[in-house]
Design a binder for this molecule. Structure first.
Ligand code: ARG
Length: 614
């Protein structure tokens, strides 16, 4: 007995179709079974008669009748009913539903072991040196981590890769500026905070852009020598800053010890803050998962030389590009600038080579902002063209961009602070926990201060993560604390609260009965609410699989919400302790126990903690 009734139904339909139309060479036919739209018509419906009717030039209702006459379902379903143009409505027998739940309970909540274990690399987080994590990194971290957890849950091997932006001209620039201040005795790099770093970065960038755009405009529009003279000083200072940034880059690349020391320190400060946020977010991003752009620096020259020598890349205007027309991409990927510098795309090509050939990944999933989608289309195509996406054993890895949309403010614009700055992720997490603490205090005034804070952490962080994950990933969403912290609707707290209720239901039963309820009791879902909950539970494993395949964690949120809301109706209409007989009571308690397990498991897949009380 498999947990998923769909598997059984499909097999029975296959056999029935072959038996009903023995003379036709139909090949494999999808019986098109879906959940019933209206539970009054049953649990499932098979829609195959319409398409098959067309193909066989027969009336769909006749085809449906022939299938129903041929099918063997007595042990599994009530007599199928034909409706409308030829829908076949199916209603599982109570025992069959109970057996399926039992099978699910025994075997990994219905998640089968993988036929073949895959090695999946998930590119996530991707913070940048000398920068605070902001709300955009929330998505890259939380979505990436959920995708990684999904694949792990399905039994695959996952390697997380935090593509830390720690190399290149702007980074050398800030390193150079800080080193100069240190050398002048103005700065102790041991005391450097991330906020200092961010300021230094901003200043350095301002400095190097002084007068540059203005001078370009003056030249372009031929505004004359007077205008040029007015901007001359600014321009010269900006140019000098750029010049010294380039010198800093050379010094850093050549391993100048002072530059290295300062660079290492600022890397450390940035990463410590990043890991701190990830820990608070319950996202598994650690030092071991971090492979910064700098770790590819010695490979970039080889990559470019390899592409050039094999004719994969070609010169264009002094630069080196990979043309991608054959992949339907007009814009070639730029991999070496005219001045010899390498680019973001060059590093990403080296990263694919290492991940696929070195680590042996057969699937690489990038949780990165949708605004980088052209970049990834180019890099993936260039990697295919170069053969970098092919493993040593000849398997071609699947590269996919799990692109996400923006986080918007209530006004529909990008999510910013009142003063127009990016919202710091750590501030956002603080506020979520603070607000959750108020909500929890209201809901459960009995919790002592320590427990209340622990619960508030789980609820506040869970709310932020759930709000981010429950939206279709490619869409923008509006960030709103009130909505995400609500105890009603498709929210983190709602699902967490459902788990708490399953727990308290079992605890109460234990108190009143004086024995621990038998979680393994036979489940007999008779009442409509019990049936609805059972069917929602049976869909769980399929939802995980679909969510992993499409890299869409929101499918897990949807499945959990269906389970939690069915549980809520069940809880309201199907009393356990006051049940008419012991078998019904035990069945209901076992159903609640299974619900708790599944919801907990699902929240775990999303990286959301479940408190015992709320
Ligand atoms: N650091 C990059 C950014 O902030 C994100 C890195 C994404 N990963 C990658 N392999 N390119 O935009």
């Amino acid at each position: 007995m498999t947990a998923d009734p769909l598997t059984t139904l499909r097999a029975r339909f296959d056999a029935a179709i072959a038996k009903a139309f023995p003379d036709e060479d139909l090949g494999t036919i999808d019986p098109l079974i879906t959940g019933a739209k209206n539970p009054q018509h049953g649990d499932f419906q098979a829609n195959v008669a319409m398409s098959l009717g067309k193909r066989l030039q027969k009336k769909p209702r006749d085809v449906a009748q022939a299938i129903v006459d041929a099918i063997e379902l007595d042990d599994f379903c009530d007599a199928p009913e034909i409706a409308g143009p030829g829908f076949i409505n199916l209603r599982l027998k109570t025992d069959a539903l109970g057996d399926a739940l039992g099978a699910m309970r025994d075997a990994g909540l219905g998640v089968p072991a993988p036929e073949r274990v895959q090695h999946v690399v998930v590119d996530l987080c991707g913070v940048n040196l000398a920068k605070q994590m902001h709300v955009g990194h929330l998505r890259a971290t939380v979505i990436g981590d959920a995708i990684a957890r999904l694949w792990e849950r399905l039994g695959h091997t996952v390697t997380r890769q935090n593509h830390f932006g720690d190399w290149g001209l702007p980074i050398a620039m800030v390193t150079g500026v800080l080193k100069a201040r240190r050398d002048a005795g103005e700065l102790n790099i041991e005391d450097l905070s991330l906020a200092d770093l961010e300021n230094a970065y901003r200043l350095a960038q301002l400095e190097s852009s002084r007068g540059q755009a203005e001078m370009r405009a003056i030249k372009k529009h031929q505004l004359g020598p007077k205008a040029e003279a007015e901007w001359e000083d600014e321009f010269t200072q900006g140019t000098a800053a750029r010049e010294s940034a380039r010198e800093s880059l050379v010094a850093l690349q050549e391993g100048d010890p002072g530059m290295r020391e300062v660079w290492e320190r600022i890397s450390r400060v940035t990463l410590d803050a990043c890991f701190d946020n990830c820990r608070r977010l319950n996202a598994n991003v650690t030092e071991a998962a971090t492979a910064g752009e700098s770790t590819y620096r010695s490979e970039l020259g080889q990559v470019v030389a390899d592409l050039e020598s094999r004719g994969v890349a070609e010169e264009s205007d002094g630069a080196l590009v990979v043309r991608l027309n054959e992949y339907g991409i007009k814009e070639p990927a730029l991999i070496r600038k005219r001045d010899g510098g390498f680019l973001y795309a060059t590093t990403d090509l080296a990263a694919i080579r290492r991940r696929v050939r070195g680590l042996g990944a057969e699937r690489v999933i990038y949780a990165v902002d949708a605004r980088q989608s052209l970049h990834f289309r180019q890099v993936f195509a260039a990697a295919l063209k170069a053969g970098y996406a092919t493993r040593a054993d000849g398997v071609e890895a699947e590269l996919s961009h799990a692109a996400f949309g923006m986080v918007l403010g209530e006004d529909g614009g990008p999510f910013k602070t009142r003063s127009g700055d990016n919202v710091k992720l750590s501030d956002l997490l603080d506020e979520a926990v603070e607000r959750a603490e108020k909500a929890v205090a209201e809901k459960n005034p009995d919790l002592d201060a320590d427990e209340r804070r622990a619960v508030a952490r789980a609820v506040g962080i869970g709310a932020i993560k759930h709000a981010d994950l429950s939206n279709e990933r490619s869409r923008d969403y509006v960030f709103g604390f009130d909505r995400m912290l609500a105890f009603e609707g498709n929210t983190g707290p709602y699902v967490q609260y459902a788990v708490v209720r399953t727990g308290s239901m079992l605890r109460k039963a234990e108190e009143r009965l004086g024995v621990t309820p038998d979680e393994r009791a036979t489940i007999l879902p008779e009442a409509p609410e019990e049936r609805a909950l059972s069917l929602a539970l049976l869909r769980y494993a399929g939802a995980l699989e679909q969510a992993a395949m499409h890299a869409e964690p929101h499918r897990v949120c949807t499945a959990l919400y269906e389970i939690a809301s069915s549980f809520s109706s069940f809880f309201a209409s199907c009393p356990a302790l006051a049940a008419e007989d012991d078998a019904t009571r035990d069945s209901r308690l076992a159903l609640a126990a299974l619900t708790g397990r599944v919801l907990r498991d699902g929240l775990g897949v999303l990286g959301i903690e479940t408190p015992h009380r709320m």
